[in-house]
Design a protein around this ligand. Structure first.
Ligand SMILES: [Zn+2]
Ligand SMILES: [Zn+2]
Length: 313
């Protein structure tokens, strides 16, 4: 079966938009919708794994008549590591992509509506935003875009790890140097000897972690705190607030724990600075439960040192 019909069809010639939606198995498909498309030469009735489908975003629905055979869907493709073979010089770029990761693109095609399997869910995820919420690891997501004219992926300008590789959510976990906002693979830091072997006490480190990266936190960082001031803070909140900020599906989650760690740090800050009690609903407020809380706390890897700013990671 042939999904792409653009070869036979002149685009936007002798065709007019007759409809603003198209029904697939009772679901209305409209411009802006992400859709799963049955790949060429695959049986539309066969059960495919999610990553095997092609994915596009509907731009326009056009037809010469209301008949289905006369209707065509104009889409922009999403590309994935499964649908695209990188060239020799772009192999490193594509190595950053996770299994269910898609690239938005400016690559247009016209498809036969009969090749649409269903609507698709594609989560937009910004991996430089520490306040991103979690999403299901069984869902398509997109962080970067692909420019069909240059054949390159567009990445944000960020400082890379020592290995020069970007964050691939499915492979090595990364930890954040909060001081200079650089992410490193913990394995790369250890391999290169950036391990903290000095005698800084665990307590000092914990307090330093807990006080990092809270908006308007200058007074909090300089606040004198007695151990007793922590009496009102439940251990589990403190443990989360003092956790390292990490991400990576092999050990944590795709988005990582930044949002909940920063949330816990805010609660602790409010208690120590102004005596505001930790809300009884703190776990729900941070969208956590007993089970997910366990995966958010990270204190097991050895302490490492940022090669750039010497901050503790
Ligand atoms: Zn690395
Ligand atoms: Zn640093």
């Amino acid at each position: 079966m042939n999904s792409i019909v653009s070869a036979q069809l002149p685009l936007k010639v002798n065709r007019r938009a007759l409809t603003t939606w198209f029904a697939v198995q009772g679901t209305s498909i409209q411009p802006g919708d992400d859709i799963l498309i049955v790949p060429e030469n695959r049986d539309p009735k066969a059960e495919l794994k999610l990553f095997e489908y092609w994915v596009g975003v509907v731009q326009e629905i056009r037809g010469k008549s209301k008949a289905r055979k006369d209707t065509f869907i104009i889409i922009l493709w999403y590309l994935s590591k499964h649908s695209t073979k990188p060239s020799a010089e772009t192999t490193d770029d594509w190595a950053a992509l996770g299994d269910l990761e898609l690239l938005e693109s400016n690559w247009e095609a016209v498809i036969d509506p009969l090749t649409i399997q269903s609507k698709a869910e594609v989560i937009k995820y910004c991996d430089t935003d520490l306040r991103e919420g979690h999403f299901d690891a069984e869902t398509f997501y997109t962080r970067f875009s692909y420019d069909v004219t240059t054949g390159r992926i567009t990445f944000p300008e960020i400082e890379l790890c020592l290995c020069n590789q970007r964050y691939n959510p499915d492979t090595l976990p990364m930890a954040l140097c909060v001081e200079c906002q650089t992410w490193y693979h913990t394995a790369c830091l250890i391999e290169n000897g950036h391990v903290d072997n000095d005698k800084v006490s665990q307590n000092l480190r914990d307090t330093a972690f807990e006080r990092l990266l809270i908006e308007g936190s200058r007074t909090y960082r300089e606040l004198e705190v007695d151990e007793e001031d922590y009496d009102e803070v439940p251990d589990s909140v403190l443990e989360l607030a003092r956790s390292r900020i990490v991400r990576g599906l092999s050990k944590y989650t795709i988005v990582g724990n930044a949002d909940s760690v920063l949330g816990a740090r805010k609660f602790v800050k409010a208690t120590l600075e102004t005596g505001t009690p930790i809300p009884r609903t703190w776990m729900a407020d941070l969208l956590l439960n007993d089970e997910s809380l366990k995966t958010e706390v990270e204190n097991e890897d050895p302490f490492t040192i940022c090669p750039k700013c010497q901050g503790i990671i």
